[in-house]
Design a protein around this ligand. Structure first.
Ligand code: NAG
Ligand code: NAG
Ligand code: NAG
Ligand code: NAG
Ligand code: NAG
Ligand code: NAG
Ligand code: MN
Length: 335
């Protein structure tokens, strides 16, 4: 998409206020106790241009205080924390959240046709994990960009972005190497022989720019106080921006007060969230993916949209204003 087109649509478009808070690219190691991190602001990334929402305003916030359990964020994360769109509900008739696509490009196209998507009227937000496990990973990225979909970053997207940022800076990754990528004290050190690198090898620079631009959190404050994330948010962390990026993309449960990857330990984070919002006049509604094990899970203020397409179940689009559901069936690509 050319810069010129960007500006033209931008000028023609609606007033959108976007707040972007960028994770410092300079932080290599951040120990648990060093939580008052002064972040450097680097270029906030722009979302794709084809959704007619205009060239958004971006603001870099420089202070990100992570919770005590936080580990280092990879210097290759190239992460936008939050992007905020006000009045989205006035600009778009229908706003769909689509759960984990995982490389199922054909099913995504089928679903987009089934909802009769019109980019002038409608918006699609992908709830993360666009890639991995499925048959056509770059196909999903390219189609998402083409239709002007927004996306949030999933755990598999995050791994792919980290590897590709490394490649862009250090040259091609040797997949036969047994080495670990040097990222400091991260929670999940990556080895160069990881199969996510197969996806990186298929990606163009444009594919990378799209995937890297997906923030951790998309906020629609005026649309019923809604947020979209991949994994979840910790209700005990005061501000959204202060959630540990690792856990926003990986959390399924909360166990002994801390986020947890598996759903066998502790309790669903969404239950904690629901209780924390119980007395709020305007509760924060969270739309998320990442939990094919629980499947479609629509509660009072939390909406799980990963219905396990890549595992032979369904791909789901949930419309945020009406909560109308549309699904397509998927063949089993993974088990
Ligand atoms: C960006 O912010 C400025 C100042 O707040 C405002 O005048 C302008 O309309 C905004 N542009 C968009 C596209 O929201
Ligand atoms: C990479 O692209 C090739 C050729 O299209 C395809 O066969 C392969 O499955 C892709 N690999 C991944 C991991 O997406
Ligand atoms: C980070 O991603 C953006 C696209 O979102 C890209 O423009 C920028 O060059 C990337 N930065 C690095 C250090 O790779
Ligand atoms: C909500 O209100 C009830 C009744 O007043 C109270 O017991 C409960 O602790 C409150 N919950 C929160 C999360 O504030
Ligand atoms: C908006 O939030 C209110 C209060 O939480 C809820 O009653 C209503 O159903 C919500 N509407 C949608 C479309 O989510
Ligand atoms: C809900 O979605 C279905 C397609 O899945 C569509 O036929 C129907 O008109 C939609 N209903 C509303 C109220 O939007
Ligand atoms: Mn996931």
């Amino acid at each position: 998409m050319s810069r010129k087109f960007w500006w033209l649509t931008g000028l023609a478009a609606f007033a959108v206020v976007v707040i972007v808070v960028v994770v410092p690219s300079v932080v290599v190691t951040r120990q648990k106790q060093q939580n008052n991190q002064q972040a450097e602001s680097n270029n906030p990334q722009q979302p794709p241009s084809t959704n007619n929402l205009g060239d958004p305003n971006t603001t870099s916030s420089t202070e990100v205080q992570l919770p005590a359990y936080a580990k280092a964020t990879s210097p290759y994360a190239n992460l936008t924390r939050i992007r905020t769109y006000n009045d989205i509900e006035k600009q778009k008739d229908r706003i769909f959240v689509i759960g984990d696509v995982h490389g199922c490009a054909a099913e995504l196209k089928q679903l987009v046709q089934k909802i009769n998507y019109n980019p002038d009227r409608d918006l699609i937000v992908l709830a993360g994990d666009l890639v991995y496990r499925g048959p056509d990973n770059v196909g999903v990225i390219r189609y998402a960009r083409e239709i002007g979909a927004m996306c949030v970053r999933g755990n598999h997207d995050h791994v792919v972005v980290r590897f590709m940022t490394y490649e862009l800076q250090h040259g091609p990754i040797d997949q036969d190497s047994k080495d670990t990528m040097p990222e400091g004290d991260v929670e999940d050190p990556l080895k160069f022989d990881d199969d996510h690198v197969d996806i990186v090898k298929n990606m163009t620079r444009e594919d990378y720019d799209y995937l890297a631009s997906c923030p951790l959190v998309i906020e629609f404050p005026t649309l019923n106080n809604s947020r979209v994330v991949h994994g979840g948010l910790d209700p005990s962390v005061e501000s959204t921006v202060n959630n540990d990026p690792y856990w926003i993309v990986n959390m399924r449960n909360i166990h002994k007060g801390e986020p947890e990857r598996t759903k066998s330990k502790g309790e669903h984070w969404a239950d904690y969230w629901t209780r924390a919002q119980a007395n709020e006049t305007h509760p924060v509604n969270i739309y998320y993916g990442h939990d094919a094990g629980r499947g479609l899970d629509l509660e009072a203020v939390t909406f799980g949209t990963d219905s396990g397409c890549v595992y032979g179940k369904q791909l789901t689009a949930l419309e945020m204003k009406t909560h109308n559901l549309t699904q397509v069936d998927c063949p089993e690509y993974s088990n």
